[in-house]
Design a protein. Structure first.
Lengths: 381, 268
């Protein structure tokens, strides 16, 4: 969709907003390009103008000066009503219409733009499935739904007329952490299918890191301090403010961002089952471990403790310890770390559907954090 | 017209008065007086709501005249209806409009506009700002925001304001009888004039009954014209939070756990 359009989906150029009767700017000379099909998280302390910036995109707030383009068109040249019907909008308080059924709520924009009933009904049913709302709920009213379900309906309503751009203002701020985490996962799954351009305001750094392809960190007075991928923001804060904002847990947060597959391949203290004891000892001496792993082609067979490795023994017939601590290539480094900490061997085996894909150790995770996770692979969502 | 009435003996009981067919018929009968009162009250309620509700809704939607409105409403409420009507009588006479019914009509409109205005203004202003924001962000015109979101959600409070004001009109209308008019107030006036408690109490009972019926008529009308989605809101006014209600959904905790750690197995 819109593949013919070049350039960013949303572009801010020198956008300043000063509210009447205030001395400082809410947004100060903001330049920001938001790539089509990406999720950009706007984050910053209160008073940083993140919500103001968001609301200027669909003209709920008019900038004092500067230019905002959506899909290449200056928003100030479009009537607000038309513009807004083409931009999805989700807010923390959801804002469902309490006097209308779930189906009618989802159908809001299609009805405004005059779709016929059959097309609306079909679209509502389709969206209910997309966001995970039971068809039986469609005839219910918003107050009969839980907070998490209401927010799903809010997302469905925003998606109803298939807008290319979605604005979300702290969409998961009002639900408890477990539901929030699930809704974030659902948003990412949705995005894998729909490829919308999403601008999401949040005050939760973990949320920004989890869902954002890029993060725009704003400071009080609407100053853009850094606009970067989550990993870059954590690895290379642009200045003291960014460093203080992302806080002391930077490395721990990056652990949650990168996956085991982001690390360069390393076999670790492992030999083929056909090797002899001397070769095995050489490997574990070199890597200074107490355990030797045995593999048969790409199957991991188990661990043998160093004291079993007496000269003349047959490696393949020694007693092996299984199951081993295992991670998948898609596991985050954080979960790999967790598994390593609780394993006896201090090594986790990477298993890709049963196939041996190397090992992970604390030292390798530490070395990985020194590098740049964005460089080898795209940040895995 | 104040004279030329059938005199009611002072020893007539209330029961006798109500059951005597002659009390009900004729130009000074209960039915004719009831008709006079009902017509005036309807005219007042209709005029007041048409003046107050659209104005208040419009101003509240645009958050205009917040201070001025409150101020005008308070002054309006402080006006003594009887005095206003009495002061208007000479004006009306000089203009050639007679004793009746303009002075009492205007006084009653002034009595009912403030509470109707206030309840509408507050009701519209207090509508969940998130719903209004969402409507606007989805491309509702300002008029559509007011008509499709604010007014339906405010309607319960608006109707309550109309009902209260309507009942107040019916209960106040009898002062008309002291200003050269008729209506149900005539029995109170005549009862006082003739020192006949039966008439005074009988008139009061009639007025109170009409006021009660008015309240019921308002409630019934409200039920009839409100769509189901709006009507059910009052009964289910408990806003739910996501926390407790999410519980049934938590059946899939395994899925949740798998996001946290892909531990397939651990060495013992």
């Amino acid at each position: 969709m819109d593949a013919d359009l070049k350039g960013p989906a949303i572009r801010f150029r020198g956008v300043t907003k000063r509210f009447p009767g205030t001395r400082t700017q809410a947004v100060d000379n903001l330049d920001l390009d938001i790539e089509r099909g990406s999720i950009v998280a706007l984050i910053g302390p209160s008073g940083c103008g993140k919500t103001t910036s968001l609301r200027m995109i669909n003209r709920l707030i008019e900038p004092t000066s500067g230019l905002i383009e959506v899909e290449g068109t200056d928003v100030s040249s479009q009537p607000p009503v038309e513009l807004r019907r083409g931009i999805g909008y989700v807010i923390q308080q959801v804002g469902l219409f309490p006097h209308r059924t779930i189906a009618a709520n989802i159908a809001t924009v299609p009805r405004s733009v005059g779709w016929d009933k059959a097309r609306i009904d079909q679209r509502v049913a389709e969206l209910a499935e997309v966001v995970g709302i039971e068809p039986s709920m469609l005839s219910r009213y918003p107050d009969e739904l839980s907070g998490g379900q209401q927010q799903r309906v809010g997302v469905a309503r925003a998606l109803a007329a298939d807008p290319p751009v979605l604005l979300m203002d702290e969409p998961f701020g009002a639900v408890d952490p477990i539901v929030r985490s699930r809704l974030q996962d659902e948003l990412l799954e949705l995005q894998d299918r729909l490829h919308k351009t999403i601008v999401l305001v949040t005050h939760d750094l973990d949320e920004a890191i989890k869902v954002g392809d890029r993060i725009a960190l704003l400071n009080v007075g609407g100053v853009l301090e850094q606009y970067a991928t989550p990993d870059e923001l954590l690895r290379a804060p642009a200045n003291d403010f960014v460093e203080r904002f992302v806080g002391e847990g930077r490395s721990m947060r990056r652990l949650g961002l990168a996956t085991v597959a982001d690390l360069p391949y390393e076999a670790g203290p492992v030999v083929e089952a056909s090797a002899d004891v001397a070769a095995g000892l050489a490997v574990i001496d070199e890597l200074r471990t107490d355990w030797l792993g045995l593999v048969d082609d790409d199957t991991f067979l188990g661990w043998i403790p160093r004291e079993e490795l007496v000269p003349g023994a047959d490696l393949a017939s020694l007693e092996r310890f299984l199951p081993a601590a295992q991670v998948e290539p898609t596991s985050t480094l954080r979960s790999a770390l967790e598994i390593i900490m609780t394993s006896r061997t201090s090594v986790a085996v990477i298993s890709d559907n049963g196939r041996f894909r190397g090992t992970v150790t604390l030292e390798r995770i530490r070395a990985g954090l020194a590098g740049d996770f964005d460089a080898p692979t795209e940040h895995a969502a | 017209m104040m004279l030329a009435q059938r005199a009611i003996p002072r020893d007539t009981t209330l029961g006798e008065w109500f059951t005597d067919p002659q009390s009900w018929t004729g130009s000074a009968g209960i039915l004719a007086s009831l008709g006079d009162t009902v017509v005036l009250c309807l005219a007042v309620i209709l005029t007041s709501s048409l003046l107050a509700v659209p104005t208040a809704a419009y101003l509240a939607h645009h958050r205009l005249a917040q201070v001025t409105s409150a101020w005008l409403v308070n002054i309006g409420r402080a006006l003594p209806t009887f005095a206003v009507a009495a002061l208007l009588v000479p004006v009306s006479l000089r203009g050639g409009y007679g004793f009746e019914p303009w002075p009492i009509f205007i006084a009653l409109v002034l009595l009912t506009v403030p509470p109707m205005f206030l309840s509408t203004y507050v009701a519209v202003r207090e509508v969940d700002p998130a719903a209004v924001d969402a409507a606007r962000a989805m491309g509702f015109t300002e008029r559509a925001v007011l008509r499709s979101v604010e007014l339906p959600l405010a309607s319960t409070v608006i109707f309550t304001g109309l009902r209260v004001a309507g009942v107040q009109v019916v209960a106040t209308e009898p002062i008309r009888a002291f200003l050269g008019g008729d209506g149900l107030g005539r029995y109170i006036r005549d009862g006082i004039g003739q020192n006949n408690a039966t008439l005074t109490i009988g008139g009061t009972i009639l007025i109170a009954a009409l006021a009660g019926i008015t309240g019921l008529v308002f409630s019934a009308t409200e039920r009839l014209i409100k769509p189901y989605g709006v009507r059910r809101l009052r009964a289910h006014r408990k806003p739910r939070s996501g926390d407790a209600d999410e519980e049934p959904d938590l059946g899939d905790t395994d899925e949740f756990a798998s996001h946290h750690g892909a531990a397939v197995g651990r060495m013992r």
